[in-house]
Design a protein around this ligand. Structure first.
Ligand code: APR
Length: 241
């Protein structure tokens, strides 16, 4: 059901901002799919899965160092800043992101309120014993842990399982939500793409911000077909008197 009157976000207290690569597009970071998408240029089976890493860790690190360099040169955009403002004003709001770029945190959102479903470009994990450390070097140096094994980007690659504790935290937040705002995600990667259904099934108000329809658009009451920063500005308009 699509309603024409789009309620302002001020009406809600427990908003989950469910974000994808499209939110960072306006910062100059390429999305994964669609025009200029990363997976149009690179085959993820060569660069973003454990098999590729086991086969050629140097090649996978070259790819991820290039991504670190690109992301480090970008800034959070107006969309990230608006979300950070809402979280500052409303303590029960949270971000559930598929993004690994860390731009929510760089826009001022405390890391404890950013649930990173797919990990982060800015953490690495020892490929032998799994210890995870923050690492923001561009490029990373050395590429090996002190134990001699390679550091592995702490990113959920294709065929990886998502961390159950992260999924549980996201599910809890969505169960409690009175609104879910999906921003810039193609809704084709599971289990992330299934998560908004938790909030919608509990009767939360639902907004999908995207340039185009997605396979999950039917879930959302309100569909804003415009760039993320424009849509978020509209949703944050003052309450109608
Ligand atoms: N404003 C709003 N939406 C936008 C904008 C914009 N300026 N630019 C692009 N989009 C939309 C596109 O229409 C598309 O639907 O953002 C979406 C980006 O889709 P993807 O590139 O598939 O990104 P995402 O949905 O986050 O990918 C999910 O796939 O490769 C894996 O792990 C990776 O987390 C990623 C997951």
């Amino acid at each position: 059901m699509k309603s024409d009157v789009i309620p302002p976000l001020h009406d809600f207290e427990r908003i989950v901002f469910f974000t994808g690569a499209g939110l960072s597009a306006e910062s100059g970071i390429p999305t994964y799919r669609g025009r200029g998408g990363i997976w149009n240029k690179y085959n993820y089976e060569d660069f973003a899965c454990q098999r590729a890493f086991d086969r050629d860790p140097e090649k996978v690190w070259d790819f991820h160092d290039t991504r670190r360099e690109r992301v480090a040169a970008c800034e959070p955009n107006e969309g990230h800043r608006i979300i950070a403002d809402v979280l500052r004003a409303k303590p029960d709001c949270i971000v559930v992101t598929q993004n690994i770029d860390g731009l929510h945190q760089r826009a001022g959102v405390d890391g404890s309120r950013v649930i990173e479903l797919h990990g982060s470009l800015w953490r690495v994990r020892c490929d032998r014993d799994g210890v995870v450390v923050a690492n923001e070097q561009v490029p990373i140096n050395p590429r090996r842990c002190a134990c001699g094994a390679y550091w592995r980007p702490d990113i959920v690659w294709f065929e990886d399982m998502l961390d159950g504790r992260v999924l549980e935290r996201a599910g809890d937040a969505l169960l409690k939500a009175d609104a879910i705002v999906s921003i810039g995600t193609s809704g084709v990667v599971y289990p992330a793409a299934d998560l908004p259904r938790i909030a919608v099934s509990k009767g939360a108000a639902s907004f999908e911000i995207n340039l185009e329809d997605t396979p999950v658009s039917h879930l959302y009451q309100h569909r804003l077909r415009m760039p993320a920063s424009v849509a978020l500005t509209q949703l944050l308009r003052p309450r109608q008197i």
